[in-house]
Design a protein around this ligand. Sequence first.
Ligand SMILES: C[S@@+](CC[C@H](N)C(=O)[O-])C[C@H]1O[C@@H](n2cnc3c(N)ncnc32)[C@H](O)[C@@H]1O
Length: 214
Amino acid sequence: MGEHYFDAEPRSSSGSRPIKVSLPGRQIEMVTEGGVFSPKRLDPGTKVLLEGMGDLCGLPDAPIVDVGCGYGPIVAHLALTCPERRFWAVDVNARARQLCHTNMEMLGLADRVQVLSPQEIPAQPIAAMVSNPPIRVGKPALHELLEFWLSKVIAGGESWLVVQKHLGADSLKHWLTEQGWPTEKISSKKGYRLLRVGAAPGGSQRQPARSSSR
Ligand SMILES: C[S@@+](CC[C@H](N)C(=O)[O-])C[C@H]1O[C@@H](n2cnc3c(N)ncnc32)[C@H](O)[C@@H]1O
């Protein structure tokens, strides 16, 4: 079996290395390594997300979550942009979590960004989920992941996703709206759709339209 970027414990490694990451408005250095998603450069989908998403600094007070954080470019941008807020960075891949933690320390953000495995997620509502989600895990696993996180978003919160058009962005938008999360396509750029997902009426108190076991 080949190795995937979403493996829990990747085997291949060439050692960590620094890369320059151009975030909107600033360039930073981060460390990456083989066995995580897009280790050589900021993923073009992630770039579309960071350049096009709205300002989340004023959302209601609860953690903002980078779901599938990889080495941490999304949460780095968010935490540098909103210096008053707290974040969770979650990934199944242990190497990604380690790199993300190192990067948060290097950027002076470790006190506001908690790096967590899916087993460590507190039973607490959130203000937003931001993600370049792991589409390649397959539709059932992706839907379960999105249901879990979107159900935690409080009223007044919102979420942002970037998905490649040819990997089902339009049908995902349709499915999310059908489940009770009003979803808008904000932009379409370089083959990526940027989606804004509103909180369900009633926020995290609402029952999901379809039951899900995580
Ligand atoms: C498309 S990559 C995005 C990585 C990073 N955010 C970036 O933009 O470079 C998706 C990430 O989701 C992670 N992932 C897969 N399944 C997950 C799950 N159930 N919960 C959290 N993260 C998951 C993968 O390990 C991978 O790092």
